[in-house]
Design a binder for this molecule. Structure first.
Ligand SMILES: Nc1ncnc2c1ncn2[C@@H]1O[C@H](COP(=O)(O)OP(=O)(O)O)[C@@H](O)[C@H]1O
Ligand SMILES: [Mg+2]
Length: 198
């Protein structure tokens, strides 16, 4: 599949502006090999919602304003459960709604906001343009379910998580980086996976 195209020039996508991602820890200092991750997927096996939530929380602790995470998989695959973990990892203490008719949820984390988009009910890709996704990306972390409904509105550098149902409580999560910043995130997540094994 080819990368989603950027919006037409003139719209001025915020993620293309230098310095829009300047806040927060610079992971590349700790991870010099950061872009090696761009092609390969890192797979995690989840044996229940708690494990999916914990993986989301691990990611949530690393995320900073400007980051985008796209979650792809069937209904009931665990995308919203994962977002609950991300919110917890970002320091949000309340509940995360899984009502699919809410297109954009907003949660205040410790350092920045989490925007949770669910495009399941989107009827046409053009409707997503009204969501002004680039503005959310500039103002916090964006995590989106059903990104394939409007792939063109998301920044090219995003962490992609593919969910697969392998049993009643079994899920496989395949994490892929689509650019240098998401490559940094994936490198750190993969290291924590290896550290747990060892
Ligand atoms: N390993 C698992 N990870 C995530 N959810 C799981 C897992 N095993 C069972 N579930 C159940 O699957 C459902 C996932 O729902 P949800 O996260 O709303 O899915 P989605 O957002 O992908 O449509 C929940 O009822 C959850 O309890
Ligand atoms: Mg959902």
């Amino acid at each position: 599949m080819s990368e989603p195209a950027l919006p037409a020039p003139g719209r001025g996508p915020v993620w293309a502006r230098p310095g829009s991602n300047a806040e927060g820890p610079v992971l590349s200092e700790a991870c010099p090999e950061r872009s090696r991750r761009v092609e390969g997927a890192v797979r995690f096996v989840s044996r229940g919602p708690g494990e999916t939530r914990r993986l989301g929380a691990r990611l949530g602790r690393l995320l900073r304003s400007g980051d985008t995470v796209l979650l792809s998989g069937d209904l009931g695959a665990g995308k919203t459960v994962f977002v609950q973990g991300v919110a917890r990892g970002m320091g949000f203490e309340g509940g995360v709604s899984s009502k699919s008719f809410v297109l954009m949820g907003e949660y205040q984390g410790r350092q920045c906001k989490l925007y949770h988009a669910d495009l399941y009910r989107l009827e046409a890709p053009e409707q997503a343009e009204d969501l002004a996704v680039d503005e959310y990306c500039a103002d916090g972390v964006l995590v989106a379910e059903w990104p394939e409904r409007a792939p063109h509105v998301f920044p090219p550098d995003h962490l992609f998580v593919g969910f697969e149902v392998t049993g009643e409580r079994g899920r496989t999560l395949a994490l892929q980086a689509k650019g240098p910043r998401s490559g940094e995130l994936l490198t750190v997540i993969e290291r924590s996976k290896q550290a747990r094994k060892g």
